[in-house]
Unconditional design. Structure first.
Length: 147
């Protein structure tokens, strides 16, 4: 199948991240620190942005980053680009599988990370289902802005 034909049937980023868009999700990192992800949807679902902030006990931002999810023109697959405050760029793909989101680094490689979705929380962890996961709880609507 050619890339343009695949792109016509491929899901949009908002479909892959269905249930997360428009909300903020947070986990407790211990000692009063927190990790928060706020998802915004734009361009009719063709673009999703995740603003990520790690805060100290005093609410000072210690680390932050932004992930952009978009359809890759060459393949139609949903690609992410994560830009961190320390200058790193991480890239990969996001694929929906029922109530899970799979994150392989490349389309032809095994999944590295899985998000297990629920109505008011999601858990992030490795593909080994017995491994520890990080639980993010829905804390409210994402703030306006970002797009």
């Amino acid at each position: 199948m050619t890339a343009p034909a695949f792109a016509q049937t491929a899901p949009q980023p908002s479909e892959v991240l269905r249930g997360l868009g428009g909300y903020c999700w947070q986990t407790d990192l211990g000692d009063g620190a927190s990790d928060t992800h706020c998802f915004s949807v734009a361009r009719g679902g063709h673009l999703v942005m995740d603003v990520h902030k790690v805060r100290s006990r005093s609410s000072a931002v210690m680390y932050e980053g932004v992930t952009l999810y978009r359809a890759e023109p060459e393949t139609g697959a949903v690609r992410y680009d994560y830009f961190s405050s320390n200058g790193d760029l991480l890239t990969g793909y996001a694929q929906r599988a029922g109530q899970r989101i799979l994150f392989p680094d490349k389309l032809d490689q095994p999944t590295v990370v899985v998000w297990y979705l629920g109505p008011d929380a999601y858990e992030s962890g490795p593909t080994d289902e017995t491994a520890a996961r990080t639980k993010f709880v829905k804390i409210g609507p994402a703030p306006d802005g970002g797009f």
